[in-house]
Design a binder for this molecule. Structure first.
Ligand code: ASP
Ligand code: MG
Length: 411
């Protein structure tokens, strides 16, 4: 039997009613003759609640225990989905990550999937089971401890299963009907894309478009998994949603495919650092060891042998970053006069593979922002994107004006 992977996100399994609705969708695919692997998230809000418990208990928590706690939400929905399917006379069984097993690295709270041996589940399919419901977001480390894959990790679970089982397709059911040119909640002209290239999706995902976890797109690109994003709240045809695919499968596209934003960014500056070989390593080594996701980095030109070093990271990592920086200062390896922290910035990015062959895209972006009186604090660019840090209160305005200026409402 061909295998299909169907992933249901938190809002699609938020209540027993919604689980029933999702189970019906699964039933439709089973009736078409597929063996189905269903990947479930925790009920919406559940993972946040669990993370909240962890944070309240311990600010600099032990990530092994974090994983033990936050992985539990998916166990509930996996069991409930299997039960619901059984009630509909669909032979189904739930699987926690360790039972499959989903083998991961030991990078707790941000583990990577290393291997998913299909044998156990395939044997059950052979014995007449039609649906394997797998708890997303979790796996097992080489030492046999529970791991999680980072927030949004069920998407990655889904794509990894699709690759491991050579599934015909990986359908990601969510609360939106596809991938949009930008977030429809802050820009009412946002338009659903029928197709988007893996590379664009990768940028959009890593830039904060929450619809797919970045790692899932990386995996889909590497293993050429046919990945589809669609709504679990609408009747679906085989062409619904957005197909994330190879660049070659897209005939015509806009220069800019989408505008992404990330609201909760912080900017930290080490003021007056000695400018000599090794300073960047002395700063970013300890930050990396502390698990800080440093994003943008700028080093100013130096004056009298001293310079400022600025970087951005998510606001919820500021305390941890500050601690790492205190450690650098205490070690005496590096001296600087102070640390400036700005926790009120947001990142806005434009993305499109068309930028490779079109000049002037960045300057147009800067002009649009300046026309709105928005000050740019940091700029970074890559082959297919331009990102800026701006004051958070201008975030919506920036997204809307860029969407207009690049005419993203038009296909
Ligand atoms: N429940 C986890 C989270 O909210 C994983 C997921 O839903 O993808 O991050
Ligand atoms: Mg998600």
């Amino acid at each position: 039997m061909p295998v299909l992977v169907m992933k249901f996100g938190g809002t699609s399994v938020a209540t027993l009613d919604r689980i029933r609705r999702a189970a019906k969708r699964v039933g439709v695919e089973v009736a078409k003759g597929y063996d189905v692997i269903v990947i479930v998230s925790a009920m919406s809000g559940e993972t946040n609640k669990l993370v909240g418990y962890v944070n309240e208990t311990s600010e600099l928590f032990d990530a092994r225990e974090y994983d033990a706690i936050v992985s539990s939400g998916e166990n509930v929905t996996a069991g409930l989905m299997a039960l619901t399917l059984q009630e509909m006379d669909v032979p189904a069984r739930s699987w926690q990550g360790w039972q499959v097993p989903v083998k991961t690295t030991d990078a707790h709270s941000a583990a990577r999937i290393e291997e998913i041996p299909p044998a156990n589940i395939m044997q059950k399919f052979g014995e007449g089971m039609k649906v394997a419901v797998v708890a997303g977001f979790q796996g097992i480390s080489p030492e046999g401890r529970i791991t999680t894959l980072g927030r949004g990790g069920s998407d990655t679970t889904a794509v990894a299963f699709a690759a491991a089982f050579e599934a015909e397709r990986c359908d990601i059911y969510t609360d939106v009907d596809g991938v949009y040119t930008t977030d429809p909640r802050i820009c009412d002209k946002a338009r659903k894309l029928d197709k988007i290239a893996f590379e664009e999706m990768l940028e959009l995902a890593s830039l904060g478009a929450k619809v797919l976890q970045t790692r899932s797109v990386e995996l889909a690109m590497r293993y050429k998994v046919k990945l589809r994003v669609l709504s679990s709240f609408e009747e679906q045809s085989d062409e619904a949603g957005t197909l994330v695919c190879d660049e070659e499968d897209i005939m015509e596209s806009n220069v800019v495919a989408g505008v992404a934003y990330s609201r909760d960014e912080a900017k930290m500056t080490l003021v007056s650092v000695a400018d000599r070989p090794g300073i960047a390593a002395a700063i970013f080594g300890p930050l990396a060891e502390a698990g800080i996701n440093v994003d943008m980095i700028i080093q100013n030109i130096s004056e009298d042998g001293r310079t400022d070093m600025t970087f951005s990271c998510p606001t919820d990592q500021v305390a941890r970053a500050q601690k790492a920086i205190d450690g650098i200062k205490a070690s005496g390896e590096l001296n600087f006069s102070g640390v400036d922290i700005d926790e009120s910035v947001a990142k806005i990015s434009i993305v499109g593979i068309g930028m490779r062959s079109h000049a002037g895209v960045a300057s147009k972006m800067f002009k649009v922002l300046s026309d709105e009186g928005i000050n740019i604090k940091v700029i970074t660019t890559s082959e297919i994107k331009v990102s800026v840090l701006i004051e958070r209160k201008y975030m919506e305005l920036a997204v809307q004006s860029l969407h207009d200026a690049f005419e993203l409402e038009k296909a």
